[in-house]
Structure formats: structure tokens, C-alpha cells
Ligand binder design. Structure first.
Ligand SMILES: Cc1cc2nc3c(=O)[nH]c(=O)nc-3n(C[C@H](O)[C@H](O)[C@H](O)COP(=O)(O)OP(=O)(O)OC[C@H]3O[C@@H](n4cnc5c(N)ncnc54)[C@H](O)[C@@H]3O)c2cc1C
Length: 447
């Protein structure tokens, strides 16, 4: 192998950074391999701990890992992907810092652009709800919750106080349940410690789920146990129900009821970026890319897809692999192996198949539920397993240290309730993205 091969990875999430790590190892010091990675965020976000940012338990920087720290033998482009041309083998990217458009060519493409929040075309819900997908979402939720506490502490209008203290999370999956658990703990602890004028009786926490039990991924039994625990800690778990409308101070449900309240958090579905759903190839109706058993996009053998944006069928169950970090990580192993085999001329490719050894989720202070090797575990043991496992999977020693320190501080001290408020944004005409299209003229002309 003497000719230079260009590998282009799109996305710096679970799929992207794990493929990067593996192929950097496989092609260590190989001058004939050129790796590029493009991502609109210059960091990898460790989502399993994102709900803990909403409650201020950990800091945003604890779980964001600069991608450049992971690029040992790769070039990183901080840019958004605007178009993928699988025929010409070109990807058009728009630089984050000035909006200039460029094209990157490739021999092998790895598409792992994840998913975004799906509001199911409901404009009001999109306008009035907080999502829980990005680090900005989590910071906004934390700041908003503290704002609600400060406001409720200062009003003597009891109806208004209750509205301020009503928090509704829609979504009975991991993201929704963990976020509810975190906010419930933050609000109740803070009220007890710092806002005595609010009163616990004025707090109203609602978790709305469309299925007949929450955490369906963990099975009926554990889903029911989670419901019981949340109810015991003051959360109304509303099952078999969908949110259909929202405004500044209400959430309307499909059972005809309206919840008055200032906070709606939406964790109820995932959507696929148009850059993926409009790609010229075979798609599932969700917009996800259909792949073969080696995780190559159908009809395009030099393009691999994995993670939330790929539609991958589990050969054992005949069902789709769910959109989880665990699946993305295991798919990245198959992709890296198969790419290495193709480039080094080996004929045997590996089929993707993965059986999860366990799943777990936290529910609040020192409580989690888990299924490990088929055995259900609950309470503080599950919570310890959750913390040990997820801390061990967090990349970079310094980040593990930061998270462990934040957790320790939380055991020793009361929560930080600083409300920073709106942050002044300085606009720099020389570097900020321009809204006109003149930058497109620079396409192909500048590096
Ligand atoms: C709050 C929350 C909690 C979760 N908890 C768990 C958990 O406990 N366990 C678990 O297994 N899973 C969990 N998940 C799910 C898990 O995060 C996803 O399944 C996983 O991140 C998918 O990996 P991915 O590589 O496909 O996409 P992602 O990790 O989302 O990465 C996508 C990457 O592509 C980049 N990108 C997207 N569009 C563009 C574009 N147009 N241009 C440039 N770059 C782009 C993004 O910036 C990102 O870097 C959770 C998710 C959330 C939101």
C-alpha cells in the first residue's frame, strides 16, 4: 500500500471519536493514511452525565472533551457539514468561525452525525420547551431553574408561586427520567436549604410518558420500580399520555388536561439532520441511513454509517438497535476493523452484532436502577455501579478527576445556586458568521 488514502470522519460524538481512536491505533505512524474529522462542536460531549449539568451537580466543562486532544494523527475541522456528495466523494463544510464554505475529498467516508431533538413539527412546543441534547441546553435549564427558585421566593401570590415551581419533563426514556430525577433533587434540596419561603408543598414535578410505563428499555418490572421511586420522591408520573401544546406558562396534554407551569423540558424523540435524510442513498422512513451487515451504506461501499443516524437491524431480534452511546461505541469497533481490512487488502469483513451486557439509569440522590447480565439491581448499589462504570468510560484522566471532584464536593457541601443571567455576546464582524451568501464565492478557492 503506497498510495495515500484519505479517511474522512463526520461527527465528533460517540461514534466519531471512537472510530478516530481505533483507526489512529490501527494505522499508527502510517504516512499513507490521512485522517480528517469534521464536527460543528470542537468537543466531544459525554451525554450520559448531561442531566447532572442541569442540576449543577457537575460543571459543563467536566464532560466536554476537546476533540483536538484526541487527534493524535488526524486533522480537525471545526465546521458544520452542509452537503455530502457520495458520487463525487466530496463533503461541503461551512467553517464555524467565518461561514466560509469548503470541500473535503475522501476515499473512505464515516458518517456519524448523531441526531437532534424531534418536536414532531409542533411549533409551540419547540418555542416554549427546553431540549436536553446539548451542553447549552443543560446550562440553560440549570440557569432557568435557579431563576424560577429566586422568583418564587419573592412572590406572595400563591398561584403564581406554584406556577413558578411546576416543572414538567416530557419523555419516559433515559434522558427524560434522569433529568427529572436531577431537577427534583435540586429544587427540593434548595428549597429546604435556601428558599424556606417557597415551601415543599408548592413544588410540582411532572414526568409525562407516552408508553404505559417509563424506561421501557429496562423492562416492565424495573420501569414500575422506577415509577414507584419517583412517586415516593414527589414526582407525578403521567403515563400513556402525550403533550400536544405548550405556551409560556402551560403544557397541554392529549388527555384533555392542562398543566399550568413555567417549565417544560422536552426529551421525547430524536430527529435526523437533513444533511443525512437528503443524502442520495437508501433511507429508512425516519431518514436514517440504511447499512449492510458490515455497516457500509447500501449502494456506496466506501461510505460507513453508524450511531443514531444509521438504521441498523439486530439480526437476533429483527428489531432496530436503539439509539444509545453503547451501540455507537460497539459499531465503531466494527467500522474501524472493516475499514482497516479493506485498506490493507484483507477480504474478510466483520459483521456487526452486539448484545448489551447491561443498562442503567440514575433516579436521584444515591438511587439508580440497572439490569446487569440480566439481573435487576436497584438502590444505592446500582447507583455506585452507575457512577463507577460511567466515570471509567469518560475519556481523559483530567476529566475523570474533575467529575470525581464535583461528586465529592456534592457529598460534602450544598449546591451552588449562582444565577449568572444573560451573558453579553460580543459580535466580531471579522470572525462571526455572516448571514449573506458572499462566502459561498470562496468555495474551493481558499484553504
Ligand atoms: C441527555 C442524554 C442522556 C443520554 N444518556 C445515555 C446513556 O446513559 N447511555 C447511553 O448509552 N446513551 C445515552 N444517550 C444517547 C447517546 O448520547 C447517543 O445515542 C449517542 O450520543 C449517539 O452517538 P453518535 O455518535 O451517533 O452521535 P453523537 O454522540 O450525538 O455525535 C454526533 C456528532 O455530530 C456532530 N454533528 C451533528 N450534525 C452536524 C453537522 N451538520 N455538521 C457538523 N457536525 C455535526 C455533533 O456536533 C456531534 O459531535 C443519552 C442522550 C442524551 C441526549
Amino acid at each position: 500500500m503506497s498510495e495515500i488514502k484519505k479517511i474522512l470522519i463526520l461527527g465528533g460524538g460517540f461514534g466519531g471519536v471512537n472510530v478516530l481512536k481505533l483507526i489512529q491505533n490501527k494505522f499508527k505512524n502510517n504516512p499513507n493514511i490521512h485522517i480528517n474529522l469534521v464536527s460543528q462542536d470542537n468537543y466531544f460531549l459525554y451525554t450520559p452525565m448531561l442531566p447532572q449539568v442541569t442540576s449543577g451537580l457537575i460543571h459543563p466543562n467536566d464532560i466536554t472533551i476537546p476533540i483536538r486532544k484526541l487527534c493524535k494523527q488526524a486533522e480537525f475541522y471545526h465546521a458544520s457539514i452542509s452537503y455530502i456528495d457520495v458520487k463525487q466523494k466530496l463533503v461541503t463544510i461551512t467553517r464555524e468561525f467565518d461561514g466560509k464554505v469548503h470541500a473535503l475529498d475522501y476515499d473512505y467516508l464515516i458518517v456519524t452525525l448523531g441526531s437532534s431533538t424531534n418536536f414532531f413539527d409542533n411549533e409551540n412546543i419547540e418555542k416554549y420547551a427546553f431540549a436536553i441534547k446539548t451542553v447549552e441546553d443543560a446550562i440553560s435549564i440549570n440557569s432557568h431553574v435557579i431563576h424560577m427558585l429566586e422568583s418564587a421566593a419573592q412572590t406572595s401570590d400563591m398561584d403564581f408561586k406554584k406556577e413558578l415551581m411546576t416543572f414538567t419533563v416530557v419523555g419516559g426514556g433515559f434522558a427524560g427520567v434522569e433529568t427529572m430525577g436531577e431537577i427534583n433533587q435540586l429544587v427540593r434540596d434548595s428549597t429546604k436549604n435556601f428558599y424556606p419561603s417557597i415551601g415543599d408543598e408548592n413544588i410540582c414535578m411532572n414526568l409525562v410518558a407516552s408508553k404505559d410505563f417509563i424506561l421501557s428499555e429496562l423492562g416492565t418490572k424495573l420501569g414500575r420500580m422506577a415509577t414507584k421511586y419517583l412517586k415516593n420522591t414527589g414526582v407525578n408520573v403521567i403515563t400513556n399520555t402525550k403533550a400536544v401544546n405548550a405556551g409560556e406558562d402551560f403544557v397541554q396534554l392529549d388527555n384533555g388536561k392542562t398543566i399550568p407551569g413555567m417549565t417544560l423540558i422536552w426529551a421525547a424523540g430524536i430527529d435526523i439532520d437533513p444533511v443525512i435524510s437528503e443524502l442520495e442513498c437508501n433511507h429508512h422512513k425516519s431518514g436514517k441511513l440504511k447499512v449492510d451487515k458490515y455497516l457500509r451504506v447500501l449502494e456506496h461501499q466506501d461510505v460507513f454509517a453508524l450511531g443514531d443516524c444509521a438504521f441498523i437491524i439486530n439480526p437476533e431480534t429483527g428489531k432496530e438497535y436503539p439509539a444509545t452511546a453503547q451501540n455507537s461505541i460497539h459499531q465503531s469497533i466494527t467500522v474501524a476493523n472493516n475499514l482497516h481490512s479493506i485498506i490493507t487488502g484483507k477480504t474478510k469483513l466483520r459483521e456487526f452484532s452486539f448484545k448489551s451486557k447491561g443498562m442503567m439509569t440514575t433516579l436521584g440522590r444515591k438511587v439508580a436502577i440497572a439490569v446487569v447480565f440480566g439481573f435487576p439491581i436497584t438502590g444505592s448499589i446500582a447507583w455506585l455501579i452507575w457512577r463507577t462504570y460511567y466515570l471509567s468510560r469518560l475519556p481523559l484522566l483530567e476529566k475523570k478527576f474533575q467529575v470525581a471532584t464535583s461528586w465529592l464536593a456534592d457529598l460534602l457541601f450544598k449546591r451552588d445556586l449562582t444565577f449568572i443571567g444573560l451573558i453579553k455576546n460580543k459580535y466580531l464582524t471579522k470572525v462571526d458568521i455572516k448571514s449573506d451568501t458572499s462566502s459561498v464565492k470562496d468555495f474551493f478557492n481558499e484553504n
